[in-house]
Design a protein around this ligand. Structure first.
Ligand SMILES: [Zn+2]
Length: 283
């Protein structure tokens, strides 16, 4: 998908980059024999011919009749990060956002499904050596359990993404702490999906009978729709992440609810169907 209409809503995928990595990067416990039964539908969009998987870094821009919302803000430029590929990136993300018809000053709300570094980066940008809010007119919505989880850490233990992408927003006073019952315009509400992080939270969209859920890292890769018990090494509580994902897949199987994967390369939007006791995504 580049753009998806859901009733009165429009959802656009704004890409930062595609990142091919070995499957062991997320799934060290799995091998080719685990993925091979799914190659028929995973290739070529989600698994390359060389067997690496492709993770997409993108934001979803949701336009309601009244507001423009950005969900997750990718890695960002100019950062020092754990992975060399993510260090001092210089992508055209803001140009891609403008090409989608949105300038940073038009964004009303920003929501990050969790505070890992590939979901908060463009909250800020480097201006004259300082991290400034990228979306100066937005309210950044921090889901309370996630915000409190990270803010409980001693300051010296805070990861770099907190320092350059969350704290500058807090210092600028541009944030509101919201609870799980938060809703916007009768068409966007939160769907808590803990496990990957304690306060991980997906975003549920609904308008005129059409529904979709933005996953965040509750599901990293489409293969996990078929195999929800596949834990990743990136989850802080893998058992809870598996339980949350398994319930999610069961909840939406054989419904019209679109699943918008935060790391799914195009076509990105799928439905979950069940066949013979198994589930799989249909794009
Ligand atoms: Zn992620």
């Amino acid at each position: 998908m580049k753009s998806l209409r859901l009733g009165a809503l429009e959802v656009q995928r704004v890409e930062e980059m595609l990142w091919p990595v070995p499957t062991e990067f997320l799934f060290p416990q799995l091998g080719e024999q685990d993925f091979a039964p799914h190659y028929g539908w995973l290739q070529p969009d989600f698994i390359l011919p060389d067997k690496r998987m492709v993770l997409s870094m993108h934001s979803f821009v949701v336009r309601t009749p009244h507001h423009t919302v950005v969900v997750d803000t990718c890695i960002g430029n100019d950062r020092e990060r754990h992975y060399p590929d993510w260090c001092r990136m210089q992508t055209q993300f803001l140009g891609n956002l403008r090409a989608a018809g949105v300038t940073p000053d038009q964004v009303d709300y920003v929501f990050c499904t969790h505070f890992h570094s590939d979901h908060v980066g463009w909250n800020t940008q480097l201006v004259d050596g300082r991290w400034e809010p990228t979306f100066p007119n937005a309210r950044y919505l921090f889901y309370r359990p996630e915000f409190e989880h990270w803010m409980r850490m001693p300051e010296q233990d805070l990861p770099p993404a907190m320092r350059d992408s969350i704290l500058p927003i807090a210092e600028a006073g541009l944030y509101d702490v919201v609870d799980g019952d938060f809703a916007l315009d009768d068409c966007l509400h939160l769907e808590p999906t803990p496990g990957h992080t304690p306060g991980h939270c997906s975003v549920h969209l609904t308008s005129q009978g059409a529904e979709a859920v933005i996953t965040g890292d509750m599901i990293h890769h489409p293969a996990q729709v078929a195999e929800p018990q596949w834990a990743t090494r990136a989850c802080l509580d893998p058992a809870q992440a598996v339980a949350t994902r398994t319930a999610f897949v069961q909840r939406y199987a054989d419904t019209d609810v679109r699943v918008l994967g935060t790391h799914f390369p195009a076509p990105t939007a799928c439905r979950i169907v069940s066949q013979g006791g198994k589930t799989r995504p249909v794009f």
